[in-house]
Design a protein around this ligand. Structure first.
Ligand SMILES: [Zn+2]
Ligand SMILES: [Zn+2]
Length: 265
């Protein structure tokens, strides 16, 4: 049995805690070190027991607290070569914690968790999504910050039990919203973020391949809301006669954050 706590999720900051037996990791550290600490303490999680932090990419909402947090607890970090280089340029790496490049074949953490990266399509140096496989062969996928779902992503996340999938914006809300046009263009591009509609489109196939829990993630505060993201996903699945509560469970990550809920798998 493994436990997952989405500590923070969305454009304001991302960090997810996963533990299998005595091994625990974070995916991203995108809030201040203090916020991550407080959130972990509230849930009785021990930061000094973390074995490693896997970083998806160098954008602030994924690394904001990384330097202070990894330095304080001496936690080794892992990411792509491009992200490590970019973190080095930003002076985030120091001699207080180790840093490694995740090999494309994946890497084992204490033989309890196996983490395999895949490429995302995003305007960063070299973004990674991750599939985390637990000792009891459960798979959790993290597929956010991607402008579209490539065949590589689809192949990588196929067969997962749980997916944190980006449902960033409602296209109409974004198009008619207050963002400046360069930002709208960036978000809508193939190197931007995944819309509710594009996310929903992926779900029937993934459920057919064994997915049972969906966590709609990285929602934009400005161009989306939980209800809309949820309705878009459920409506599309119902067209395939795939029923919520019977064939799958669905959550919106923001709501798990505020209620402090966790996922057991
Ligand atoms: Zn990003
Ligand atoms: Zn992000």
């Amino acid at each position: 049995m493994s436990i997952i706590f989405p500590l923070f999720n969305g454009s304001k900051g991302n960090a997810t805690y996963i533990r299998c037996r005595n091994t625990s990791i974070l995916i991203d550290a995108g809030c201040s070190a203090k916020q991550i600490e407080i959130s972990m303490f509230e849930k009785n999680l021990n930061p000094s027991k973390l074995n490693s932090i896997f970083i998806t990419h160098e954008h602030l909402d994924h690394i904001k607290g990384l330097k202070a947090f990894a330095s304080r607890y001496k936690i080794p970090i892992y990411s792509s070569e491009g992200t490590i280089l970019s973190l080095s340029k930003k002076c985030i790496l120091n001699n207080k914690f180790a840093y490694y490049i995740v090999p494309s074949r994946g890497i084992s953490v204490n033989e309890d968790l196996f983490i395999k990266p895949f490429s995302i399509s995003h305007d960063c140096a070299e973004g990674f999504g991750y599939v985390v496989e637990t000792k009891d062969e459960r798979k959790i996928a993290f597929a956010t910050d991607t402008g579209f779902v490539s065949d590589e992503i689809r192949q990588a996340v196929k067969g997962c039990d749980v997916i944190f999938i980006e449902s960033n914006h409602d296209v109409k809300m974004l198009k008619y919203g207050i963002y400046p046009s360069y930002l709208k263009k960036r978000i809508l591009s193939t190197l931007g973020h995944l819309s509710n509609e594009a996310c929903a489109k992926e779900l029937p196939y993934l459920i057919e391949c064994g997915l049972s829990r969906i966590v709609l993630s990285h929602l934009s505060k400005q161009n989306n809301n939980s209800e809309l993201a949820y309705q878009t996903a459920v409506l599309n699945l119902s067209k395939y006669n795939i029923k919520e509560g019977i064939d799958y469970k669905i959550m919106v990550a923001d709501e798990i954050n505020t209620t402090g809920k966790h996922i057991l798998i």
